[in-house]
Design a protein around this ligand. Sequence first.
Ligand SMILES: [Zn+2]
Length: 359
Amino acid sequence: GRSPDGRTWWRYEERHPIPTYTMVIGAGPLTMSRHRPVVSGGDTIPIEVWAEPEDSAFADSVPFRRATEIVETLQRLVGPFPYEKLAHVESSTRYGGMENSSAIFYAERGYVARRMGEGVVRHETAHQWFGDAVTERDFHHLWLSEGFATYFDLVVGAALDGDSVLARGMPRLARSYEQSGVVDRPVLDTTVTRLTDLLDANSYQKGAWVLHMLRGVVGDSAFFTGIRDYYRTYRDSSVLSADFERVMERASEQRLGWFFDEWLRQPGYPQLDVAWHAARGGRVVTLDVRQAQPEAWGRYAMPVVPVAFLRGGAVVARRAFALLPRAAPQRVTFTLKAAPDSVAVDPGGTLLLTARVTP
Ligand SMILES: [Zn+2]
């Protein structure tokens, strides 16, 4: 409207509850382009890209080229987009992106340098569901926001461009977590008092791995059923890790306390020392597996640890064993059809672990 002294005023109304840390108002001489809207049930969700005029063509054609498809993919995997519209806004933020509800802000430096990619868009868009619509009630449970956004960046990338996005992305997350300074602390670390310290490799990279390994334990079908139930149940409200755990137990019809305890409450990850030897013409292979990680990290259970047996670099057999949560070495024996000359533990990189294999 207009006031008598010639000022213009706007009144904003938000129908959904949103967390205070994702409330934002932006004003600036920006260009807006409308991308193809998303249909959600009976609603049409406008998808807008706001950028400095000189950055607008770049924004539309590079990082936000598939802004609509990203939302459509998340709707298919998780549930309806939570808000009335989605605006992607060139801005200044101390982070690469800030997942404000329905108006995501991105740091302008990526636009200016023309080096902004789609990954940050997938990450921040996933936050609209995880972090914004379903919010961690206590910041110590930040992995429910950042771990989910980090993982769904890759899951959406894989849905759009193929499995290799996930297959290449997860090991990258593992290496950066393993090299971080927080491996001696658990994901749920209530001793942290400076809350911005929680924006670390435990919340992001390890959080993503918690989801990836959970998916491995319960299977794709139960995992995505659980993810959809979790979103439907807690949309527009706040949660703790136990709420997610309960939903996943129901979806998978199995107890998962052991899984969440070791991956959220224990620090670190398994560092396996595997000594192998062969008998009877090399076809009976024994692995002596020891969990060699620091005592303070505790021991881990893993129901399925894949093993590949190779000869001359070619796989002659694939097997798996269940890792038992104990300090004493564990012996597993396999009878193969051909004698291997080397052994690879988790060759596909499906688990957050390291393995040193010696004959
Ligand atoms: Zn994030």
